[in-house]
Design a protein around this ligand. Structure first.
Ligand SMILES: Cc1ncc(COP(=O)(O)O)c(C=O)c1O
Length: 356
């Protein structure tokens, strides 16, 4: 049964976006593909306000989180975490043999410059963290964190997981100056899953030249060589590239400031609902995610609530990680509108009434 998705990814994909994927197949070494690839790169740059390299590979975002580590550090990193996905980034670095110094912020709180104070010594090659922690619904101020990192060690790279914030919150790339900013198609871009994107700095590519085990699929130097020619390293998901090109046009037509405002408005709607109907939202005030609201369950029988919501044709997401049992999540990213979200909140009101 098809439901209206208010999930945390994959998210709802509009019919016309799905239809954009049905254009005739082309081969990935053709002129047509080269034009498509170049068009997508330029539109991503325009939308995010950057002229940095834009790399794309077939895969989920994690392939480029791994790529950021494998190209950005040989030995030692500093990993900041305030939830499951910060932990995941650390795990990726450790499984790739890097020694990770860890700083843990409380769940529900942001990572801040205070968390890196005195921690970025000369032998820390890279610092990694999550911009929008999807388990807790916290949007950290990555500009402030990156500036604090560079103030202590100008050579340390900033590797940022922006999987659930890119294209929904203004990350201010000119000030953030990320060395790697990673996201995927199935979140705020509202496409089917399958393309990982990395915005990469020259510093990262220079560092990559000194790192030995970059692998093949995640070797940014190989990817860069092809990307400079508007080609992918290996066979790309061509159909998804059509849809990405189409979706970027829509985002640019909406206008990025308007897009960012739409997401923030939806965060406010859910927070107000949670405040008046349940026990509010989980993350600290002032740092709430614009894409994923994490609501406190309080005494709510979530299993019953969720089953009734499903029966009304909607899908929301359960809690995640350490706060799985005491929260649930509502995703409002991509093409979700305040109007559609309002209908979900009304349906949720109906269910609460029924449950009394
Ligand atoms: C913040 C964050 N980082 C990383 C991931 C992993 O992304 P993917 O499944 O695209 O590899 C997710 C997925 O939900 C996420 O929310």
């Amino acid at each position: 049964m098809s439901r209206k998705l208010f999930t945390v990814g994959p998210v709802h994909v509009d019919q016309e976006v799905l239809e954009a994927m049905t254009a005739p197949m082309i081969t990935h070494r053709s002129k047509d593909y080269k034009n498509l690839h170049g068009s997508v790169v330029e539109k991503i740059r325009k939308a995010l306000g950057t002229d940095m390299d834009v790399f794309m590979v077939g895969g989920s975002a994690s392939v480029f989180l791994e790529g950021a580590i494998r190209n950005g550090a040989s030995r030692r990193t500093l990993g900041l975490t305030n939830g499951s996905f910060g932990d995941r980034f650390i795990e990726i670095a450790e499984l790739n043999g890097r020694k990770v110094d860890k700083v843990r912020a409380d769940w529900g709180k942001a990572v801040t410059p205070a968390h890196v104070e005195g921690r970025v010594s000369g032998d820390v090659e890279a610092v990694h963290w999550v911009s929008n922690e999807s388990s807790t619904g916290v949007l950290s101020d990555s500009v402030a964190v990156a500036e604090a990192v560079r103030a202590q060690n100008p050579d340390a790279l900033a590797l940022v997981d922006a999987v659930t914030s890119a294209f929904a919150s203004d990350l201010d790339l000119k000030r953030l100056e990320p060395d790697a900013l990673v996201f995927g198609t199935q979140k705020a871009l509202a496409l089917p899953p399958g393309i990982a994107v990395m915005i990469a700095s020259e510093r990262l590519l220079a560092k990559a030249k000194t790192v030995q085990d970059r692998g093949f699929y995640t070797d940014l130097l190989k990817i860069k060589k092809q990307s400079d020619d508007n080609y992918a390293l290996t066979t790309p998901p061509v159909s998804l590239m059509y849809a990405l090109d189409f979706q970027l046009d829509r985002a640019l037509r909406e206008g990025m400031p308007a897009r960012y405002r739409r997401h923030r408005e939806m965060e406010g709607m859910v927070a107000a609902w949670a405040e008046s109907r349940l026990e509010g939202v989980f993350p600290e005030a002032g740092r709430r995610s614009a894409t994923i609201s994490v609501l406190n369950r309080g005494a709510l029988d979530f299993e019953r609530f969720n089953a009734a919501i499903k029966a009304r044709g909607y899908e929301i997401s359960s809690g995640y990680g350490d706060v799985k049992e005491k929260t649930f999540r509502i995703g409002h990213m991509g093409d979700v509108t305040p109007k559609a979200l309002g209908e979900l909140l009304e349906a949720m009101d109906g269910v609460l009434e029924e449950m009394q």
